[in-house]
Design a protein around this ligand. Structure first.
Ligand code: GCU
Length: 680
């Protein structure tokens, strides 16, 4: 059973016999691989194993093409060289062609990685009992589809809720690569092509000689799965680790030190993806210490990796956590990213990618899309999502995230009055004609045998890869695929998991922070349970400005922090007034009286808080009952472990409801019309 957990959505569970009987597949797998460690070789092995599990048929894997129909896997070049003819639409990097027509199966990648993706796609169809004939090409929406682990060198994980790191222990990279290989397999199946293995709050010891050797081992382990490895750097390393007296990015010794480190790293990992850098943020060192700009800092690394083909992901999560003062009505952390980066747009080297959190604050339950996406026209950019549910129930609550991501990816920034949808126009690189762009997700898989500590949370990881490949992917369709792959195709299991998951983010928003006020978790550290009081007078600039008269951050240009004006004019104009701001972002943009009537329901803000909290807790209360109905239809272990979490969530949702309702009843002095609050 533990092993099934590790296999996640790649279980290859046997299909029922009557379904198996409908499958007519070729009896040989032909792989056109170059080496034993190539993704094509791996694809052949995976196809063999998957078909054995799903259909109970043992297929031979050979290199020899023949006249009889086969499942052929290879790159387009190898396929053509072997005499194959293909009327394939244009394939882009990592793209593939899949055809199951006329009794043969063609899985042809633009490169080896693409072919492996195609093999996983074919297996996903088979595993779901889908034997329809298809013939299509598919290409990624963006070249960067990465994971960021926030794993510390001592084996703990920042915002980790599923056990210790699979990558590190005692300041060393682990020597046993088993879990890392299993993880790479999962990532390949969702078309993730890069991973940064250590925390953005980086410990320079990752650069020790021994760790460089072991990083090479990780890269060797992940390479057959098409996953490239990168690392996070600590900006001060030349001083704190290298023994120099400075880490000024303009100092020749510093530049030489980084060049040398980079060259050494590439000796061990010739295809290293690159670096991830968090600088001048939350106490981390950076170029501002020496009055150099953020771009000066980023470019120093860019120049070091450039000869090796690497890139630098430079985080836009930069803000001044020292001088923010809530007494100043115009102070606003949300302004920080655009303030810091706006004037640097033409200053970055072409292998720097600015990595931007989806919203301007920090992975909240509801945020508007970061306006920085509209300002970087010349600089490559990527979005940072979080599969780790830091502010979102930390994998103890079921919260299916793609509907949240969709609010950002579908958002149209209207740059220069033209369509500028974040997912399909900006992150594809099309809108501003960029070569590099894409996605990073913070993921906190750990040693736990379910990877994320929760069976149901895995749908978020699965969907992340699919969203990065195609940001128009339908959240419910992805969920249904994932559920069939993970739990089989019992229609009740499918419907229950799909409907609960689809209701989960709205429910969580209801019983935590409404109307764009932020999640209202304990901001002093854990970011978990309710602590609305901590959401004001804190030095992190995550404020609600709740008092007896009203609530919300005034981010208008005419009277507030000016944040609304960071958007292009059409969008800015809409956010400037409560009459044109969507209700779900009302308190993000406006400070309003408790009695302010919402556009949609006409309900007052405070009454909406009460009603939403009761509704959200009620939805969560029904989860365990709905799950109970599946007893005997899901294996006992996963059934019980999931039930345990859902019961906990139902209880914690009541804690949330009461904490938030009582707190704002006190602050506002406005009682619940329905007399629930204070009455329990
Ligand atoms: C959040 C999170 C931190 C993390 C930071 C970041 O603030 O709570 O743990 O270091 O984001 O993204 O850098």
């Amino acid at each position: 059973a533990a092993e099934d957990g590790l296999n996640a959505w790649l279980r290859y569970a046997p299909l029922p016999n009557d379904v198996r009987d409908q499958a007519h597949i070729p009896s040989t797998i032909v792989t056109l691989n170059s080496t034993e460690t190539s993704p094509i070789y791996v694809a052949g092995q995976e196809l063999q194993k998957g078909i054995e599990g799903i259909l109970g048929q043992t297929l031979d894997v050979t290199h020899e093409t023949s006249e009889s129909p086969s499942i052929i896997v290879g790159t387009i070049d190898a396929f053509t060289a072997a005499g194959g003819e293909l009327a394939v639409p244009e394939l882009e990097e990592d793209g593939f062609w899949l055809s199951t027509k006329d009794g043969a199966v063609e899985i042809i990648g633009q490169n080896e990685r693409g072919a492996l993706y195609g093999a996983f796609e074919y297996l996903s169809m088979l595993a779901q009992g889908n034997f329809t004939e298809v013939a299509y090409a598919t290409n990624p929406s963006a070249p960067i589809r990465w994971i960021n682990q926030w794993d510390n060198m001592d084996g703990t994980i920042e915002r980790g809720y599923a056990g210790l790191s699979i990558f590190f222990k005692d300041n060393l990279i682990v020597s046993n690569m088993t879990r890392i290989s299993e993880y790479a397999r999962l990532l390949a199946s969702i078309r993730v092509n890069g991973i940064v293995i250590n925390n953005v709050n980086a410990n320079p010891v990752i650069l020790s000689d021994e760790n460089m050797v072991r990083l090479g081992k990780i890269a060797d382990t992940m390479r057959p799965w098409g996953v490239k490895v990168g690392i996070s750097l600590n900006f001060a390393s030349p001083q704190t680790f290298g023994g120099l007296s400075t880490f000024d990015p303009f100092d020749e010794r510093v530049i030489a030190w980084w060049t040398d480190i980079t060259d050494k790293l590439y000796e061990h990992v010739p295809d290293m993806a690159g670096y991830l850098v968090k600088a001048n943020s939350e106490g981390q060192p950076g170029p501002l210490t020496y009055n150099r700009t953020l771009s000066d800092g980023a470019n120093m690394f860019a120049k070091a990796v450039k000869p090796h083909g690497g890139i630098v992901m430079f985080r836009a999560f930069v803000y001044d956590s020292v001088n923010l003062n809530e007494n100043n009505w115009k102070d606003d952390r949300a302004n920080a990213a655009v303030d810091f980066f706006r004037d640097l747009d033409d200053k970055f080297d072409d292998n720097v990618v600015v990595q931007i959190k989806y919203g301007p604050i920090d992975f909240q339950v509801r945020e508007p899309a970061s306006p920085l996406f509209a300002h970087l026209r010349q600089t490559a950019s990527a979005i940072e999502l979080q599969v780790a549910q830091e502010y979102l129930g930390q994998q103890c609550h079921l919260v299916y995230l793609p509907p949240l991501w969709k609010t950002i990816l579908d958002f149209d920034l209207r740059v220069d009055g033209e369509p500028s949808v974040i997912g399909t126009d900006v992150l594809t690189g099309k809108r501003f004609n960029k070569r590099l762009s894409g996605y990073a997700a913070v993921v906190n898989v750990g040693l736990n045998a379910t990877w994320l500590g929760s069976h149901l949370a895995m749908s978020n990881l699965y969907a992340y890869g699919r969203v990065a490949w195609d940001p128009t992917s339908d959240p419910e369709a992805m969920l249904r695929d994932w559920t069939r792959l993970t739990f089989g195709d019992d229609p009740d299991v499918l419907d229950t998991i799909a409907s609960m998951s689809m209701e989960s983010w709205p429910a969580y928003e209801n019983y935590t922070g409404n109307l764009g006020v932020q999640t209202l978790t304990d901001i002093t550290g854990p970011h978990y349970g309710p602590n609305p009081q901590s959401m004001d007078n804190n030095p992190w600039g995550q404020w609600t400005r709740a008092d007896a008269n009203g609530i919300g951050m005034d981010r208008t240009v005419w009277n507030g922090t000016g944040y609304a004006g960071q958007y292009p004019p059409e969008v800015a104009a809409a956010f400037e007034s409560p009459d044109t701001t969507p209700d779900e972002l009302l308190l993000w943009f406006h400070h309003v009286p408790w009695t302010h009537a919402l556009r949609g329901s006409g309900q007052s803000v405070i009454q909406h808080f009460y009603d939403a909290h009761y509704a959200g807790a009620e939805t969560a209360a029904a989860f365990p009952r709905r799950w109970e109905a599946l007893r005997g239809r899901v294996d006992d272990r996963r059934f019980e472990e999931t039930l345990f979490r859902l019961e906990y969530q139902a209880g914690h949702a009541i804690v949330w409801r009461d904490a938030i309702c009582d707190f704002y009843a006190n602050v506002s002095g406005v009682p619940d019309e329905r007399r629930r609050v204070g009455a329990h």
